[in-house]
Design a protein around this ligand. Structure first.
Ligand code: AKG
Length: 216
């Protein structure tokens, strides 16, 4: 086997191993196998009681905000959100665990983005702006499962579908972050491996790295 093919075989094997432990959660088109090595899902990243404790604080922080359904063209439909830098003593350990999974403190944006999607909310395909965030995004899912779909912007044969159960964390880096769009599917099209995934209210706690330009 020539060196190039050997390298490709190794990368593919590493990619398979990276998502094998959660392979039932990730469905990857053959063309995207290599790229899928740049993302992970960890189930039961938090416990049920941590989820309950976090939700108490999230509810308090959201106050009386209402879900936003305003404009058909918005990237997100049926959501409310806030950004938090301060967490209660009970919840700080989970937040620190999430931040440590992403990287060292000085690489991270200081706030956690809390995004609350109503049961009929969804996020349209988008690539996050490199102006506002860097090469890694990680999200803990609370309350409901949902399906996240990634689609390569130039190559329609490259797609990745992830089932995100509550209590799990996903991490998306580099190639899947910059070259793929990501979206959270609406309930009526929320399928994973042919199985309907019922969407209810879902809250995510999202940690991002700083824009690369700010690290230079
Ligand atoms: O709620 C999530 O986990 C994804 C949010 C998202 O698409 C984003 O922050 O760009």
């Amino acid at each position: 086997m020539c060196a190039k093919r050997l390298a490709l075989a190794l990368v593919t094997r590493v990619a398979r191993r990276r998502y094998n432990s959660t392979s039932s959660l990730i469905n990857v088109s053959p063309a995207a196998v290599e790229d899928a090595a740049s993302l992970t899902i960890t189930e039961s990243f938090i416990s049920n009681s941590e989820q309950q404790q976090l939700m108490k604080e999230v509810e308090l922080s959201m106050g009386r905000k209402k879900y936003n359904f305003d404009h058909w063209d918005d990237a997100i439909h049926g959501y409310k959100e806030t950004e938090k830098t301060e967490w209660s003593r009970d919840n700080q350990p989970v937040i620190t665990r999430l931040q440590s999974a992403v990287g060292s403190r000085d690489l991270l944006l200081p706030h956690i983005h809390v995004l609350d999607l109503s049961n009929d909310g969804y996020i349209k395909p988008h690539v996050d702006s490199v102006k506002f965030c860097g090469r890694i995004i990680a999200g803990v899912s609370l309350l409901s499962s949902c399906v996240m779909r990634l689609q390569h912007e130039q190559d329609k044969h490259k797609w990745i579908v992830m089932l995100l159960p509550p209590l799990s964390v996903y991490i998306i880096r580099d190639v899947t972050r910059y070259q793929y769009t990501h979206e959270i599917l609406a309930d009526d099209v929320s399928y994973h491996r042919g199985q309907k995934i019922d969407r209810e209210r879902r809250v995510s706690l999202i940690c991002r790295t700083k824009p690369q330009s700010s690290l230079l």
